[in-house]
Design a protein around this ligand. Sequence first.
Ligand code: XUL
Ligand code: CO
Length: 453
Amino acid sequence: MFPLDGHCLAGNDHGPMSSEAFPEIQKIQYEGPSSKNPLSFKHYNADEEVGGKAMKEHMRFSVAYWHAMRNPLADPFGGGTAQRPWDDGSDSVENAQNRARVAFEFMEKLGVEYYCFHDRDVAPELNTLEESNVALDAVVDVLAEEQERTGIKLLWGTACLFAHFRYNQGAATSPNADVFAYAAAQVKKAMEVTHRLGGTGYTFWGGREGYSTLWNTDLKRELDHLARLLHMAVDHKKKIGFEGQFYIEPKPREPSTHQYDSDAAACLNFLREHDLLDHLKLNLETNHATLAGHTMMHEMRVAASAGALGSVDANTGDELIGWDTDQFPTDIYLTTQIMLEILEVGGFTTGGLNFDAKCRRESFEPVDLFHAHIGGMDAFARGLKIAHAIREDGRLSDFVNDRYSSYNSGIGAKIESGDVGFEELEAHVLANGEPDLKSGRQEMLENLINEFI
Ligand code: XUL
Ligand code: CO
């Protein structure tokens, strides 16, 4: 979800800035599970080791700038409610620079070591590309200073290719070549500032790379154009020496009726078809997975099977609302599943858990940003500990290994190695008769998981 929808931030008439935006909030501390202090961690203890690795290294939490700093908390029936006293609501570079400092104060107090942004969240889009680029550089100067001061790092950057009027029919998949060119120019600059800030990655989310109706759409040409843009980005990456990881972020719909990057499998097929699989991994988001009719675990497993599990946009949807509600994840079952998949691939390398999530419209005070992130971090801390315990216990993986053990020797090993064909298999059946099948034991395994949760 992207917040720049024309609604102003509420409550911006609070007079001049104090030196701190959250003066009444100290650095959030780990106080353990028995603490009743809502502004403390009950489970996330950054330096505590789980399986020989600090929790913060396992998780690599990131704040999504567009939600934390820019989302006015509007909905289709009402304008923004968010009170952000430090923000004067203007498009000035000074306001953007000041907001960047506030973002770092927030992240420092929260104890999050990464952030992600779109070019247009951090700096205003002005009348020309040139002016917008100058504004972006001026804000990136502050981001660089603040990174240096705090040690907080950029997980990934991206370009907003969906909010401006020119992108109303897509960016790389627009029918208009001049729009393609504009998108390319914007990606070029966004990659360069990401590189300048030492970003560990760069994400492509095709906000409007899809269609509203096929009656006006040349689907094949649009897909080819999207691949062209990505190849140009790969070339530019080499040219500027940017070594961060490229990600593509699947989402099936919203804002488009159909988006080309609809799910992990569609993205992998697209990347493979266009010879891009070596250059991009997937950035998977829970609410996008569920919109696509999948679980997050499914999407992660599909990506991991292709060696393409890159990063996670950590949020959740609402079972009763059918759109991208971008809520903070609090469901321990979900965070356990995500951490199981992350541990299974050996942990994040370039990626992390980016809270692509916003407060509810009713939670409009600045302190709600803390409550929301603390809850997400604690939920993931529990998920990590539970996932680690499940792996240490070994019964789950033993069961799965045993379930496939008929492929470890005999005819199964020959099937896997390609040493037999239909004739040998027919002879095998004629000699051995009916297979001896074992139960899948789903209920037993669900009970086993609950032993740990
Ligand atoms: C939109 C979404 C985006 C991407 C970055 O649903 O998830 O915020 O994560 O463009
Ligand atoms: Co996202």
